[in-house]
Design a protein around this ligand. Sequence first.
Ligand code: CA
Length: 228
Amino acid sequence: MRKVLVLEDEANIRSFVVINLKRAGYDTLEASSGEEAMEIVKRNPDIRVALLDVMLPGIDGFEVCRRIRADNAKIGIIMLTARTQEMDKVTGLMTGADDYVTKPFSPAELTARVDALYRRTGGEPLLENGVIRQDPFLLNTRNRTMEKNGQRIKLTQVEYSIIKLFMDNPGKALSRDEILESVWGRDYFGEVKIVDVNIRRLRLKVEDDPQNPTYITTVWGYGYKWGF
Ligand code: CA
């Protein structure tokens, strides 16, 4: 399992991070305090990457980082910092951390940083040779093909472009106009309904039950979302 620890005291940020890491194929362990995080690390020596929020009640993220690092040289550590925090302080205390991400961050940015650190800590690459893996899907951006559970799904170029947009933005509500502009281009003169037509066809191809979609969900009155 690709175990990642997420230490964040704010529940909404924590679940946002967890949802996106799960989408990217990671197995997440959650902690809301530094003390809890230390316990989890002790019980799970196979954790490969830890995301540590800096500002916490009780012991802060830097102290957690220092303590984890004291016992474990191999684990990858990414600090989650707020924009308002002085970067001098952050970088000065970064000695034990491998990377830091500034809030607010996009799911794509966060996943890219975790992927990079995961690879550096010796894990099998999640994104190799232009492959995006979001279980059970695999998108090959070189030859523009998609697989679900290892089975090839035949996509038109437009469908591929929509899926690529979704996989680059897991969990994010995308408006019909946004999808139209991104896939068909700004100069497209047709109707935005073309988006719905393609989504309907895509659901037949990617969903387990197209009548009850779970991968491409509808955001009523707005657009669509990939997952959750
Ligand atoms: Ca915090």
